[in-house]
Write a protein that binds this ligand. Structure first.
Ligand code: SIN
Ligand code: FE2
Length: 232
């Protein structure tokens, strides 16, 4: 690399501020195709991650994180809450979308405009124009927690994609195929990364490997994930 002349610092010839640095060989591409219909948008929400985490904290004041129980009787290690018209819940009776928080009986907190707007923009870039989510599941991972391989299939219309926003500590995302036995790809996700899957990948098995400890400047020892869906 060559040193910049002092006069060029801060502005280029056209008066524009320079990028932080130029892309280099070996940099991961900003957009990575994971499968037919599935795309990873690296850093898509990076600039707003801190604000998104603050909005998560406000949601959790109205609808606290809780460890839900699966129909099989297992308590999930990942804690969850929701915002939007419908929230995904699980208990001994099964999985469902519920307009009310079963813990409080109250409607879920409204989905912040910033959330809906981010989800729509990410879906658009990934080729799913016009995405209008009515549900946002908020997951909270602490070191040692994980989410085993599953399909998202409680939604009514599988033509609508899933938009998944990573915040806080890095994680290893597992992205498999249509069958549970298909060996999943392992993808490192960092704060601000957004994954979108739909079309032929809509029912892909996916999960999150055991979270490693770390210290995120905003989320500290936690990872949050926003999963946007059109449930109804
Ligand atoms: C999910 O499948 O609901 C969440 C995935 C993630 O946390 O990245
Ligand atoms: Fe999922």
């Amino acid at each position: 690399m060559t040193a910049e002349p002092a006069t060029a610092r801060g502005r280029d010839l056209f008066g524009l501020p320079p990028p932080d640095r130029f892309a280099q060989a070996g940099d991961p591409p900003a957009q990575e195709r994971l499968a037919d219909g599935a795309m990873l948008l690296r850093g898509f929400a990076g600039a707003e991650a801190a604000q998104l985490i603050r909005l998560v904290a406000a949601i959790a004041e109205a609808a606290p994180f809780r460890n839900m129980v699966t129909p099989g009787g297992w308590r999930m290690s990942v804690a969850m809450t929701n915002c939007g018209a419908l929230g995904w819940v699980t208990d001994r009776t099964g999985y469902r979308y519920d307009p009310a928080d079963p813990e409080t009986g109250r409607p879920w907190p409204d989905m912040p405009d910033r959330f809906a707007d981010l989800a729509r923009r990410a879906a658009d870039v990934a080729g799913f124009a016009g995405f209008a989510p009515d549900s946002c599941l908020v997951n909270r991972y602490e070191p040692g927690t994980r989410l085993s391989l599953h399909q998202d299939r409680n939604e009514r219309d599988f033509s609508q994609p899933i938009v998944s926003v990573s915040l806080g500590l890095p994680a290893t995302f597992l992205f498999g195929g249509q069958k549970r036995s298909d060996r999943p790809r392992r993808i490192r996700l960092v704060s601000g990364d957004v994954a979108v899957w739909g079309g032929p990948a809509r029912l892909a098995f996916h999960g999150v490997d055991t979270l490693q400890d770390g210290d995120d400047p905003v989320a500290e020892r936690r990872r949050f994930n926003l999963t946007f869906r059109k449930a109804c």
